[in-house]
Design a protein around this ligand. Structure first.
Ligand code: NAP
Length: 312
């Protein structure tokens, strides 16, 4: 088994990880990025990105991540095409990392930027419709559905936020919730229920999708639990807001995690329960989940790691 000793290892190659890499590399910390299963993170799966500052003509998610990677490489960031499978802390406070390709590393400072993943309904055709009617981000994709009818699935704060955002762009928003009461905070629930462009469909469960001849979404079939009937809702967009899972399973027992798996933050947002271990982006931020915020957290984590290393 090959072993190497690293000053800074960054786990994850999305916006947070690559931004951390750019800063750590420019600080001459010679960072190594464990790129994980999805090089470029969730953004590399998005199509058009319209809200990343500095791109008035839009940018493809893949292209944006490619540019970030090139920028990190320009300053001599190294990449390991592997996944972290185990991590532990030695008595000497060094982080031991075990990778899926059999390599073992020791890292003085560690930046966790493993992101999160969306929950999906698990219905047939769902994955194929991503980018063709199904979205997981109203802020990113809502504009493509302006003046059209759309559905938001879920009953939490995210679903309410998505519905309110879409109500400013779309003609009509159906909020489809499986129970008779929203999980969201009172204020968000009240705003949604009072909105004249949002119709809440209670006790309603998505059952299947219908597409047009080009494979784009045209309708959602919804099962009403009370009437035991199915309704076909014509809509061109469906926004899923049924919760997220942070990709932090591998860090259980290594650092403190919140009950729902998010990295527990310290005195400042990028600190974790272990000195020298920092976390950035969607694995620790349950609120914003925006590329720019993940990037800024990555930068903050790199600066904190640099400061921490200089005191060692
Ligand atoms: P959440 O609170 O876990 O809500 C997920 C919603 O999706 C629930 O209503 C749930 O229904 C529904 N759901 C889950 N699985 C489903 C399925 N298979 N089919 C249909 N519906 C399903 O998630 P969230 O809304 O993303 O919020 C996560 C956390 O972030 C919360 O603490 C929230 O307060 C916070 N947050 C805060 C803000 C803000 O303050 N502005 C904004 C966004 C999120 P049930 O209710 O029946 O379980």
């Amino acid at each position: 088994m090959s072993k190497s000793f690293e000053r800074v290892v960054i786990v994850g190659s999305g916006c947070a990880g690559l931004s951390a890499a750019i800063y750590a590399a420019r600080a001459q910390l010679n960072p190594l990025v464990i790129q994980g299963e999805m090089l470029g993170g969730l953004l590399s799966q998005t199509t058009e990105v319209e809200n990343f500052p500095g791109f008035p003509e839009n940018v493809q998610g893949m292209d944006l991540m490619d540019r970030m990677r090139k920028q990190a490489e320009k300053f001599a960031t190294r990449f390991e095409n592997a996944k972290l499978v185990k991590v532990e802390r030695t008595k000497e406070n060094v982080n031991r990392l075990f990778l899926s390709n059999g390599k073992e590393l020791q890292a003085q400072a560690l930046i966790i930027a493993t992101g999160s993943r969306h929950n999906f309904l698990g219905l047939e055709g769902e994955q194929k419709l991503l980018g063709k009617g199904i979205s997981v981000c109203a802020t990113c994709d809502g504009f493509f559905y302006r003046n059209e009818d759309v559905c938001v699935i879920g009953g939490g704060d995210s679903a309410c936020e998505e519905a309110l955002y879409l109500s400013r762009i779309c003609q009509k928003v159906y909020l489809i919730h499986r129970r008779d009461r929203l999980r969201a905070s009172k204020i968000m629930s009240e705003r949604v229920c009072a909105h004249n462009r949002i119709e809440v469909m209670w006790n309603s469960v998505p059952q299947g999708f219908e597409c047009d001849e080009h494979g784009f979404l045209k309708a959602l079939n919804v099962f009403h639990k009370e009437t035991q009937s199915v309704q076909k809702l014509m809509c061109s967009g469906i926004f899923l807001a049924i919760g997220w899972k942070p990709n932090t399973e591998v860090f259980k027992g290594f650092i403190d995690l919140e009950i729902d798996g998010y990295v527990k933050q310290g005195r400042i947002a990028v600190e974790t329960s272990l000195p020298g271990v920092f976390a950035a982006g969607d694995c620790t931020d349950r609120k914003y989940r925006q590329a720019c915020i993940a990037a800024s957290m990555g930068i903050q984590a790199a600066l904190e790691a640099e400061g921490w290393l200089s005191h060692q």
